[in-house]
Write a protein that binds this ligand. Structure first.
Ligand code: UDP
Length: 330
């Protein structure tokens, strides 16, 4: 039983590979290393460098390996970039999914766990958001991933390819032993930016907007630890292998933290001052995103181990403190 992790050299992908390897699974990593890191590739996984849009490359991998299931992370995921360059997102993400499903179908690979996003919901009418709520994205990133979910749905109907779409809310933290962590270039996510300021590798932190209809005017987000998220993928793969139907699950903590609360928590964990200023709103940001994750807890028996924002930030801080230059390949 071999699991192919596309995007396995990226942040969430590398943590999922590590957890699959720890669970004794045979894993291959497929990654084009555009945003992934060589240093994040698990030494116990076999690595194939190439692009998900390249059908011939995928065919060559599937010929060499007996792939039983796919975990698909290989996508662009930066909201502001997607606002500037939507076609990049529909190409890399949506078109990439078409190529992948075609080759999966050719090789009779019938299970895919897909990294979807809360951004498929857009500005929610109610929180916490449920899986059955309307999906009306406010940015091309969310739109590209919603299209991928729909393409998987029709591929299930036509070809019997089963999928689980995991709709993540905000992901943070790092492997608690400090071996791998978050390293984007440029970094755009709130917690790593805050910790870079704490570590002294960045001098500027702006909170984007303080006039939202929230408790302190800053955006509210729902944070999940990356290892808990990784484990949800393993449970989702097992769910598919057990023969269950395609579906989507939210992965969140049902708790929201404002951007200012995250900053305060980081000040406490790092014991650093972390200077910050308030800037203008960032285009495409919904005001509040909080998930109802009862479905994942009930059906997948997903039980996050990290339910405290300070603990989540502490693991990220361990990574940033010990790896101020990330994987050192920028
Ligand atoms: N954010 C911020 N300053 C930054 C980066 C992010 O205030 O330098 C805010 C952003 O506007 C959003 C929240 O932090 O309200 C989380 O953003 P992030 O990019 O981490 O994740 P997203 O919610 O977009 O997936």
């Amino acid at each position: 039983m071999t699991i192919a992790v596309l995007g396995g050299a990226g942040y969430i992908g590398s943590h999922t590979v590590a957890r699959l390897v720890e669970a004794g699974e045979d894993v291959i990593v497929i990654d084009n290393l555009v945003t992934g890191h060589k240093g994040a590739i698990n030494p116990k996984a076999r690595f194939y460098q190439g692009d998900v849009r390249d059908r011939d490359f995928l065919r060559s991998v599937f010929k060499q390996e007996q792939v039983d299931g796919i975990v698909h992370f290989a996508a662009s995921s930066i909201v502001p970039e997607s606002m500037r360059d939507p076609l990049k997102y529909f190409d890399n993400n949506t078109y990439g999914m078409i190529a992948l499903l075609e080759v999966m179908n050719e090789f009779n690979v019938k299970n895919i766990v897909f990294s979807s996003t809360a951004a498929t919901y857009g500005e929610p009418k109610q929180v916490p958001i449920k899986e059955t709520d309307p999906q009306v994205p406010t940015n091309p990133y969310g739109e590209s991933k919603l299209a991928m979910e729909k393409i998987m749905h029709w591929s299930d109907v036509a070809y019997g390819i089963k999928f689980v779409a995991l709709r993540y809310f905000n992901v943070a933290g790092a492997m608690p032993d400090g071996s791998i962590g978050e390293d984007h270039n440029p970094e755009t996510h709130l917690i790593p930016i805050i910790l870079q300021v704490a570590a002294g590798t960045r001098d500027n932190l702006q909170i984007f907007g303080d006039d939202y209809p929230t408790k302190d005017g800053t955006n509210v987000r729902d944070y999940v630890h990356v290892v808990d998220l990784a484990d949800a993928h393993i449970l989702a793969m097992k769910y598919l292998q057990d023969g269950h139907d395609s579906t989507a699950f939210n992965l969140g903590s049902a708790t929201g933290f404002s951007n200012l609360e995250i900053l305060e928590a980081a000040r406490k964990v790092t014991e650093k001052e972390i200077p910050a200023s308030i800037g203008p709103r960032r285009a495409g940001d919904p005001s509040t995103l909080i998930a109802a994750s009862d479905k994942a807890r009930d059906i997948l028996h997903w039980q996050p181990a990290f339910d405290n924002i300070d603990d989540i930030i502490a693991t990220a801080w361990k990574w940033h403190e010990t790896h101020p230059e990330g994987f050192g390949d920028h």
